[in-house]
Design a protein around this ligand. Structure first.
Ligand code: ADP
Length: 634
């Protein structure tokens, strides 16, 4: 931040990201300009919540005025609109930090994703949260006056900016605690200087705000509207979640979501319930329609808002839901917890455990219902949050079955990359005599789909799940069976197809194995340290060879992932399986001079085919060239 000071008034530069955000916001959200009021009222409401919470421990912060409210006023002559609150307020440093920088983690990455395409960027900005800076959609100058609750009158701060690269900051006397934000409206925004218009925007977006939003009453006198001295409350001003379900409209639920979820789009679904029993609480939980930009950022705070008897306690109470449900937004309002509950207490509290269990059950129930009754919605959910939900299979053993039922995978049934096959779908399509759920894990969809390991399954028309998300290795590590059928990797162990193979096939295999004993021994000797063993395959139809992991060894994809993550992996050698009827293998059987090269290439191409990396790629190229030149010269 650059600084230049004159007496008490200082000019400072915005953080680069703020400048970018301001530019984008003004241009891309223009058609949605009314949201600025929602954002500023939402901030004012949060500021009142924070004051009420801090005042629990320090009543003096109320400065004898605990009647928290938000005031919206306009001045048609001066062309200004003011949103004021008597909430917590900000100190000078807080003003500079909060209104001059973006503190969110992942901000830089977020900005690098913006494309310059206004429509796309507008929805990205929505996910990022527009907040205070949305004021500049309608204003060409914004003046913020603030004083932190409990500070002396001399600690007032004035912040001002025209939304260019800089803002000014100045200390003044300010009697009223809290924050007032004055928007000097752009010339074409005159229609906002109208009581009726403002009231309708407040109804639309901010009705659910807990504090009263007051405006001066307006009356008609001699054919003109005059503003009286009397205040009136414009919104409902009651905690939405405390109202009866059938008194709340869909639009009210959606508007409330935008406030608590800091989102710009409608939610996908929600669950609102009052829970009675050992713990009494109300929960209103939402599934967003789109993943936030920081879903994978481990420093980002995730969680829902905790209230105790309507008093706001904290944001991001991550103990109220397990990490794999970190995309859920909403509130829990407890009737039993003490008001002075802290994060530390939350971590150990048995009561919180009961609430977490309850909330987890509600969310999983909501998802199961969506999966059953609204497949399109569930597909949207899965696309956005499926990979997060998959983490639950290893985190939440108590709910593993329920989570497993929600999982969706790509499969050879359609060979489409879209993950839309459930384990139940798979089981319903199983072949007669099939008693296992087969899957393959690979780094990419194409590697999975084209893997030689699938050849026999394709030939027999047996469906195989294609797992290509990193987290899938953990999924199949935790979910070992579904509906009594075990999940089995096609790239591991002896592959017992049981009654899916007939007697003739089995006899043929045994014959192949005994006919090729000598060749197998020779390859084993040639490849020495590179393979655990060599055997005749019954997995392949078109490829000459493939690698498989032994039953109790780690599979190759998992080992590669762990290595890439810098972890030590126990070295276990693969088993080379050869397709005895393949011309290359038939040819190898007669090879004398270049046997070692042939065996090495057979091994190396099997490794490449499953997405592995060669230890010595140059050696491989040399061997292939050598063989090409000696083609036919056995
Ligand atoms: P967000 O609300 O998503 O954090 P904003 O840009 O809207 O982002 O606001 C940035 C910060 O400025 C808020 O987190 C809050 O600390 C502070 N702030 C904004 N408006 C007010 C207000 N009316 N009273 C007190 N603090 C405020």
């Amino acid at each position: 931040m650059t600084q230049s000071a004159t007496a008490n008034r200082e000019t400072m530069g915005f953080q680069t990201e703020v400048k970018q955000l301001l530019q984008l916001m003004i241009h891309s959200l223009y058609s949605n300009r009314e949201i600025f009021l929602r954002e500023l009222v939402s901030n004012a409401s949060d500021a009142c919540d924070k004051l009420r919470f801090e005042a629990l421990h320090n009543d003096a912060l109320f400065e004898n005025d605990s009647d928290l409210k938000i005031r919206v006023a306009y001045d048609a002559e001066a062309k200004t609109l003011t949103i004021a609150d008597n909430g917590i307020g900000m100190s000078r440093d807080e003003v500079i930090n909060n209104l001059g920088t973006i503190a969110k983690s992942g901000t830089r990455e977020f900005f690098s994703k913006l494309s310059g395409d206004q429509q796309k960027d507008a929805s990205l900005i929505g996910q990022f949260g527009v907040g205070f800076y949305s004021a500049f959609i309608v204003a060409d100058k914004v003046t913020v006056r603030s004083r932190r609750a409990g500070e002396s009158v001399a600690q007032g701060v004035v912040w001002e900016s025209d939304g260019g690269g800089e803002f000014t900051i100045e200390m003044t006397e300010q009697a009223a605690r809290g924050t007032s934000i004055t928007l000097h409206l752009r010339d074409d925004q005159g229609d906002l200087l109208n009581g009726h218009k403002l009231r309708s925007i407040i109804h639309k977006y901010s009705d659910h705000i807990v504090q009263p939003i007051v405006m001066k009453k307006e009356e008609w006198k001699d054919g003109a509207q005059v503003i009286t001295a009397e205040d009136e409350t414009v919104n409902q001003a009651s905690a939405l979640w405390a109202r009866a379900k059938n008194d709340i409209s869909e639009d009210e639920y959606k508007a409330f979501y935008k406030h608590v979820g800091h989102d710009y789009e409608d939610p996908l679904a929600w669950s609102h319930a009052r829970v009675e029993g050992r713990q009494e609480y109300t929960q209103l939980l939402y599934i967003p329609a789109r993943a936030p930009f920081d879903l994978w950022d481990h420093n980002a705070r995730h969680g829902i808002k905790l209230y105790v008897r309507r008093v706001f306690i904290m944001d991001d109470a991550e103990q109220l839901l397990p990490p794999y449900l970190r995309f859920v937004r909403g509130i829990v309002d407890s009737s039993d917890l003490p008001l002075n509950v802290s994060r530390e207490i939350l971590q150990e509290s048995k009561d919180i455990e009961a609430i977490r269990k309850g909330c987890t059950g509600k969310v999983l129930g909501l998802l199961a219902d969506m999966a059953e009754n609204d497949k399109d919605k569930f597909a949207t959910f899965w696309e956005q949050f499926g990979r997060v939900l998959k983490e639950g299979t290893g985190q939440d053993f108590a709910n593993q079955e329920k989570i497993a039922a929600l999982l969706r995978f790509a499969s050879t049934h359609s060979d489409s990359e879209e993950q839309n096959v459930s384990l139940a779908d798979y089981v319903a399509r199983m072949k007669e005599g099939q008693d296992k759920i087969y899957y393959i894990t690979a780094e990419t969809f194409n590697a999975a789909k084209n893997s030689p390991h699938l050849e026999v399954f394709r030939k027999k028309g047996i469906e195989v799940l294609l797992l290509t998300d990193r987290v899938d290795e953990w999924v199949v590590g935790s979910v070992t069976e579904f509906s009594g059928k075990s999940l089995v990797s096609v790239a591991k162990g002896g592959l017992d197809l049981g009654s899916l193979e007939d007697e003739a096939e089995k006899q043929e295999q045994e014959k192949q194995a005994s006919d090729h004993q000598e060749l197998i021994a020779k390859i084993k000797t040639s490849l020495a340290e590179r393979v655990k063993s060599v055997r005749v395959t019954h997995r392949l139809t078109d490829s000459p060879a493939c690698l498989v992991a032994d039953d109790n060894d780690m599979n190759a994809n998992m080992a590669r992932m762990l290595k890439a993550a810098g972890q030590k992996v126990p070295t276990s050698l693969p088993i080379l399986e050869i397709n005895a009827t393949h011309p290359v293998v038939v040819r190898l059987n007669t090879e004398q001079k270049h046997f070692d090269d042939w065996a090495a290439v057979l091994f190396e191409q099997a490794l490449l085919a499953e997405g592995g990396q060669l230890d010595d790629p140059a050696g491989f190229v040399k061997r292939v060239n050598h063989l090409m030149l000696n083609m036919g010269a056995a």
